[in-house]
Design a binder for this molecule. Structure first.
Ligand code: 5GP
Length: 181
């Protein structure tokens, strides 16, 4: 790809590849929820906002969107896995069919926290949809809808950032390790 930012090593997923996988995920969700009145998609900010926007516009079944934001204590590199809610849902999800829409699962601790937190609110059903997965040490929570498995490197683009940069790139790229090490 021409004009790759000097912080970036290589493009891992092109816009076309990402968009066609999102279409496939949308078709699967439509099938799985065909008998339900509606679905609630919960986007996890900030990283999932672009994926949620594309998935939501692709979905041909009734659905609502809401958002949550969580933060790990400490910075990403030194995170000890503790998670806290910094922005909560606007509405209760009791008796709703809920899908958590996450950008990337690394160790899995963020998704596990979210899953437990939302399960407590008694939704009719709860599934997870994540666009990317890296190493995922904890496998307690199922990844019901998964876009792509990625190598264990820091990736940016398509919603994913490094220090709030590169988030709006239409592709996913590997950040050069010297940038974050
Ligand atoms: P986990 O709790 O699964 O270890 O980490 C998940 C969170 O870490 C993601 O929601 C995301 O915010 C961040 N994260 C993990 N890997 C990457 C990556 O390669 N790039 C970016 N931008 N964020 C990542």
């Amino acid at each position: 790809m021409t004009n790759l930012h000097p912080d970036l090593d290589r493009v891992i997923l092109s816009p076309d590849v990402i968009q066609s996988r999102i279409k496939e995920i949308a078709r699967q969700i439509e099938k799985d929820y065909a008998d339900e009145e509606r679905v609630v998609l919960i986007g996890i900010l900030k990283g999932a906002f672009i994926f949620l926007a594309d998935l939501s516009r692709e979905l041909q079944i009734p659905h609502m969107v809401d958002f949550m934001s969580v933060s790990s204590y400490g910075d990403t590199a030194t995170s000890n896995g503790a998670v806290r809610v910094i922005l909560d849902l606007r509405k209760p999800i009791k008796n709703e069919h809920v899908i958590i829409v996450e950008d990337i699962v690394d160790t899995g601790s963020t998704l596990e926290y979210l899953y437990r937190n939302l399960k407590w609110r008694n939704p009719a059903s709860l599934r997870t949809c994540t666009l990317f997965q890296k190493k995922r040490e904890s496998k307690e929570v199922p990844l019901d809808y998964l876009g792509f498995e990625l190598p264990d490197v820091w990736v940016v683009g398509y919603g994913l950032d490094y220090a709030d940069t590169h988030r709006t790139l239409p592709y996913v790229a590997e950040l050069k390790s010297e940038v974050y090490e």
